[in-house]
Write a protein that binds this ligand. Sequence first.
Ligand code: MV4
Length: 506
Amino acid sequence: MFDKVLIANRGEIALRIVRACRELGVGSVAVYSDADATAPHAREADEAVHIGPSPSRESYLRADRLIDAARRTGAEAIHPGYGFLSERENFAREVVEAGLVFIGPPASAIAAVGSKTAARALAGTANVPVVPGTTEPLRSVHEASEAAQRLGYPVLLKASAGGGGKGMRVVRAAVELAGALEAAKREAMASFGDDAVYVEKYIAGPRHVEIQVLGDAHGTMLSLGERECSIQRRHQKMIEEAPSVAVSPELRRRMGETAVRMAKAAGYVNAGTCEFLLDANGEFYFLEMNTRLQVEHPVTELVTGLDLVQWQIRIAAGEKLPQQSAIAEPRGWAIECRITSEDAGNDFLPSTGVISFLRVPGGPGVRWDGGVGAGSEIGLHYDPLLGKLIAWGDTRDAAIARMRRALLELTIVGVETSRDFHLRVMDDAEFQRGAIDIQWLERRLPSLTAGGGMPEGEVAVAIAAALLAESERAGRLAAPPRGGTATTGGDGAWREAGLRDGLRSL
Ligand code: MV4
């Protein structure tokens, strides 16, 4: 096992990796930019190294500085987290060439599935179903027309260099094809500098269901079940859950075996995710493979009982995984809500400011993977994710009820957040029935982000929180309450500030 791991990331995932290291008895080295000098991940790690100015391109994206920090601190391995350099083949290669261990897949595996078209081609050789369509770019309107006739309308034009839904165009009839192809090529050239476009059968109203795979360096590749990720806004996941209401044990087995075949064909090692479209008939089609740990990994952890980040580190250190027969069917239900500094009541515009008060929910079955605290300055340098609230219950209904309770407890004063949006989703009848697909959120956004103040009773909490923050700032709470122990939060401080009584009277 390693003595020390450098965490080449920030925010909640960096703190998550610090925790995994600590439980393994492995030293943790955090890196931080100017803006993150007092960030929780830098404070909690055993060591912290300043790697540059706030802009990511001068800090978290600087491979040379990350590798240098690992060398200077004696870290033997680097964990990239997600985002930043986590899926860059060159970074994985540079880390290894520097004599360090990259906690993730081999660079060759990233190359094998990194581009969508390479992954589609590989899927074809591994008996992994992909959406019917062309793999090579279309060279003429005639070729496009022939392919579309063969596939049957509606078809979907996709930019080969595209991703995240950019450069896609639905064509519902032959008469639209020529114009749509020209527009798609123009947009692809403008967006990606590459006008290559291919065509697929359009799958209407599918679910986005992804399979977590985990492979060791000794040939074992496991499927850890599915995650339902259909609640997305502009291709940004908002709410994820495990398992999926649309996946039976038999379908889970089939999708799992398919994902394992894909990972093995790629020569994959460590944690990875195969994304699928699942249509209303239970047919599934491989979309792409993500060669990193995902934001939403906690829902899989909660229904499998596995610590995926510890396993990533253990696999990179050469440990062996158990066999698939040791992986049980998912137990209970887990739901994750991404709490972001976006104003859901204002088209999710980014919100900036200083967090003056943070109350994190707790109690049975509630997990907060957060990367901020009171005093955190929320700017525009980085992703707006403040933390992930995850709730586990015996059943999906229990998980929803628990998530609702936890969301009501969560209090963040100082920036607008997506919390109230999530509360509305938890209260939504269609969501509660699990009647969702990838277009559900776009269809329902107007009703889920309608104006209107805080949920009942929240105004009082917000006022009390602001008063408490002011009292703490004024130092009136610095001295421990008479006869009690010093408390900086919880009832003691509230009572001390007279807020509890005041709250009751509000
Ligand atoms: C599709 C599709 C329907 N039919 N392909 C969106 C981004 C990229 N991951 C692929 N995407 C899609 N490809 C065919 N043939 C619908 C989508 C899609 C989507 C997929 C997953 C999650 C959210 C989505 C939102 C819009 C469109």
